[in-house]
Write a protein that binds this ligand. Structure first.
Ligand code: ATP
Ligand code: MG
Length: 390
C-alpha cells in the first residue's frame, strides 16, 4: 500500500485536556470507524494521527470519508508513499499532486526528516524539490509566507511521504472524552442537529424517543431510527431507547386541562429521560428546543420542564434561527429524512389553545390528579432498546 491518511489533531493543543487520553480515545474511535474498510494501523506522532492500510484490499476512499466525520480531527489529507530519494519524492509530487500544482499560483515545499540518516537536511530537500517544481510548472511562484499550496515531504523510517494541505476535518473533541448524555430524539429537524452538536463536544449519546403508537405510526418510529443511523458516522454506535408514551398521553388527556397538555407531557419526557440517564450513567439531557418557536418553548415553559429533573438540560440550538439549524441539518445529511411527513407524538395531542405562561400552582394542581411515579415506572418498564450500528 503506497497511500496513507494523515489526521491533524484538534483542540487538545489549546485545551488543558489530558493529551494521552485524548489520543487514546481518538485512536479507539478511528479504529472502530475504519473496521468496515479493511485492516488499518492507527497511531499518533507529533499531533498527527497516521492511518496506514495493512492489506491491498483496504478501501482507502471509504476510510477517508469516514475519517472526515471523526470528531477531534481538525484537518486531514491523503499522502503517497515513495522511496526515500529526492527524485522519487519529486516524481511522486508531480504524479500525486499534479492537479493542485497546475491550479495553484503560489506554493512552497516543506520537509520533515524523522530519519536523521537521510543525506540532505530538510532545508536542502525543500529547496531541491521546490526549485524543480518551480521550473516544471510555469504557473507556480514560490511564496514561503502565504502560499496557496504547500507540498509536504516527510522522510520517515520505512518510506517518504508526499502530501498537500489538509482538508478541514470535523473539528470538536473525540466522542466519549467528556462523558455521556441522554438526547431526546424526535423525528424533527432540530433534535438531530442538537445531538450532533453535543456529540461534537466529546459526549457519547444515548438516544431516547417517545413513541405514541397507534397515534403515531410504525413509519414514524422507523424515521427516528433512520435519523439515529445517519448520526452514527459522527457519534459511533448508538442505542435508541424507545419509550411507550401512549398510556401517559391518554391519562393526561383524561385528567388534565387541555391547555396544559403540552407542558405536562414535556415534564413526563424529562422525568423519563432522567431515569434513562440514571441507568446509562449519563450526566445531562439534550433537547432540540429553540426559544420562541412554539408554545412549549418559552422561557416559562422551559422553567416548568426543567423543574422536574436535576440534571443539566443542554439545548445547543436554543439561540439559533431555523435557517441556521437547517444549514447544519443539510451538512450532516439529516434534513431530507427530518422533513418526511410523519406525525410525531406532540402534533397528535397538540392543544388548540396551549397555555404560553402557566400560572403558579396550576401545573402542580393538574398533576395532583396523577400517580406520577407509577406512570413513569410503567413507561420505563416498557422501553425497547434498539442498537444502531454505523
Ligand atoms: P424537533 O425538530 O427536534 O422535533 P421541534 O421544534 O418540533 O423540535 P418540539 O416538538 O417542541 O420542538 O420538541 C422539542 C424537543 O423535545 C425536541 O427537539 C426533542 O429534543 C424533544 N422531543 C419532542 N418530541 C419528542 C419525541 N417524540 N421523542 C423524543 N424527544 C422528543
Ligand atoms: Mg418536533
Amino acid at each position: 500500500m503506497d497511500e496513507i491518511i494523515l489526521l491533524k489533531l484538534g483542540e487538545i493543543v489549546l485545551k488543558g485536556l489530558n493529551r494521552r487520553s485524548f489520543e487514546d480515545k481518538l485512536i479507539g474511535n478511528a479504529q472502530r470507524r475504519l473496521r468496515p474498510f479493511g485492516k488499518f494501523r492507527v497511531y499518533t506522532k507529533q499531533s498527527t494521527l497516521y492511518v496506514e492500510p495493512q492489506e491491498d484490499s483496504c478501501n482507502l476512499d471509504g476510510a477517508y470519508e469516514a475519517m472526515k466525520r471523526l470528531f477531534g480531527v481538525v484537518g486531514l489529507s491523503r499522502a503517497r508513499a515513495c522511496a526515500k530519494d529526492k527524485d522519487a519524492m519529486l516524481k511522486t509530487a508531480q504524479e500525486y499532486l499534479g492537479d493542485r500544482l497546475s491550479a495553484a499560483r503560489t506554493f512552497k515545499v516543506e520537509s520533515k526528516r524523522a530519519d536523521k540518516t537521510f543525506p540532505m537536511t530538510s532545508i536542502q530537500l525543500s529547496q531541491y524539490v521546490g526549485g524543480e517544481l518551480d521550473e516544471l510548472y510555469p504557473n507556480l511562484k514560490v511564496d514561503v509566507h502565504h502560499p496557496e499550496l504547500t507540498v509536504y515531504l516527510e522522510v520517515r523510517d520505512y518510506a517518504a511521504y508526499v502530501h498537500a494541505d489538509p482538508e478541514p476535518g470535523a473539528g470538536g473533541l473525540p466522542v466519549g472524552i467528556n462523558g455521556r448524555a441522554v438526547s431526546l430524539l424526535s423525528g424533527g429537524i432540530d433534535s438531530p442537529v442538537a445531538s450532533w452538536m453535543i456529540a461534537k463536544r466529546g459526549i457519547a449519546l444515548e438516544m431516547v424517543h417517545f413513541f405514541s403508537y397507534p397515534y403515531t405510526s410504525e413509519e414514524a418510529k422507523q424515521k427516528v431510527l433512520t435519523l439515529a443511523k445517519l448520526l452514527t458516522p459522527w457519534c459511533g454506535r448508538l442505542m435508541v431507547h424507545v419509550v411507550p408514551f401512549t398510556a401517559i398521553q391518554e391519562e393526561l388527556r383524561r385528567k388534565c386541562p387541555e391547555e396544559l397538555f403540552t407542558i405536562l407531557m414535556r415534564r413526563f419526557m424529562m422525568r423519563i429521560a432522567e431515569k434513562v440517564a440514571e441507568r446509562t450513567k449519563s450526566g445531562a439531557i439534550v433537547t432540540g428546543e429553540c426559544l420562541g418557536q412554539v408554545a412549549s418553548q418559552t422561557m416559562e415553559a422551559m422553567k416548568a420542564t426543567s423543574a422536574v429533573c436535576s440534571l443539566p438540560i443542554l439545548r445547543p440550538v436554543v439561540g439559533m434561527d431555523k435557517e441556521e439549524i437547517v444549514t447544519i441539518a443539510r451538512k450532516i445529511n439529516t434534513f431530507e429524512t427530518s422533513i418526511l411527513p410523519y406525525e410525531d407524538c406532540c402534533t397528535v395531542f397538540t392543544p388548540r389553545h396551549p397555555r404560553l405562561r402557566p400560572l403558579p400552582g396550576e401545573i402542580e394542581a393538574a398533576e395532583a390528579e396523577l400517580d406520577i411515579d407509577a406512570m413513569v415506572a410503567q413507561a420505563v418498564e416498557g422501553i425497547e432498546r434498539i442498537k444502531i450500528d454505523p
